[in-house]
Design a protein around this ligand. Sequence first.
Ligand code: PLP
Length: 419
Amino acid sequence: MDHFSYRDGVLHAEDVPLTAIAEAVGTPAYVYSRATLVRHAKVFREALAAVGPIHLAYAMKANPNIAVLRVLAHEGYGADIVSGGELDRALAAGIPASDVVFSGVGKSAAELAHALDAGIGQFNLESEEEGVELAAIAAARGQRAICALRVNPDVDALTHAKISTGKAENKFGVAYDRAGAIYAKLAALGGLEMRGLAVHIGSQITDLAPSRQAFTRMGELLEAIRSEGLTVSHMDLGGGLGVPYQPGEQLPGPADYAAMIAEVAAGWDTTMMFEPGRVITGNAGVMVTRVIRVKQGVSAPFVVIDAAMNDLARPSLYDAWHDFVALTPSGERMTAHIVGPICETSDTFAMGREIDAMEAGNLAAFRTAGAYGATMANTYNSRSLVPEVMVDGDKWAVVADRIEPSTILAAEHVPDWLE
Ligand SMILES: *Cc1c(COP(=O)(O)O)cnc(C)c1O
């Protein structure tokens, strides 16, 4: 459920007409609903609380805007980070370092040291090599780094190949068959406190069977490691729960996910850690855009909009489907291709889609754009970096400025030997 709805024929975010934001801020622009963020955060927490003691670390790569993080910090969420830059953002948003979990296959020595200095809650080690390196850095500082070992369970998450992370050939985690031995070896290092196992098999998961299979395998590993006399007090089950992108799509939600986990994890007796991203922010945002013109095509007209693949990359990256709606629909419909201005054929949001009728100057929105939207934006074709707005009831504010091409240009230099 979200707080974007039509009132008097105009699409609103909570109590604010999106047309008013588009006029004031310009387009394209992302708009987030605070009430929706809070609702999703509460629904997820309440569902998962049934499985035992939990720790929630929002996977901030989904939407790292500092205002979004602040809302989630107020809801008691920590952060799952994948870089030193994300750590600094999480801390700036008021998330306690002790609630930060550091994931990622390529943490640099500088990032590991920075995270140790900040006192983060847990490192999710993705290799034996990383564990050995972190142990040395921690020992040199007289510290012990609190760690979980990320395991690759060799399970197909049945999602898009580019967001699948738990198959043996994926780069994430250590091989399942070697995990027990690596855990024991790392646990013996003075600089590490090994306390748990971690798994994350992919994103936009819409079928719970692969997760059940992965978690079941993790339970078997937990038992095997404990039988060696080692401690496993935390199980981090990652994120990945999908959200509906199509109107009326019925997917397993947090309650179904929690029920499956309660069954699989019965008897584990650990703190259960989760790293939800998309399920918290996906439906809490839209991207507003204006139609530049409608161009005649062969099979259907092209609706050319002022948003492009640099503003919302998911369709070009993952063939993703985003619902496209007029802010003030006339009731007429049309079949059209929706494209941006960028000089790439991949700058296509939809082909032959039935949509609200559009003409030049009309305002429209892509729905379910709150996750993996603005955070993936770039300035390709010397376009602006898209701004972000947050709505709260009848209030709204710009929470990320539009970065103009002139600002980017000002950071570039012609060396004097080219004069
Ligand atoms: C991306 C990621 C998540 C969040 O995935 P969602 O599909 O957005 O829930 C969680 N954990 C790790 C390690 C990730 O890389």
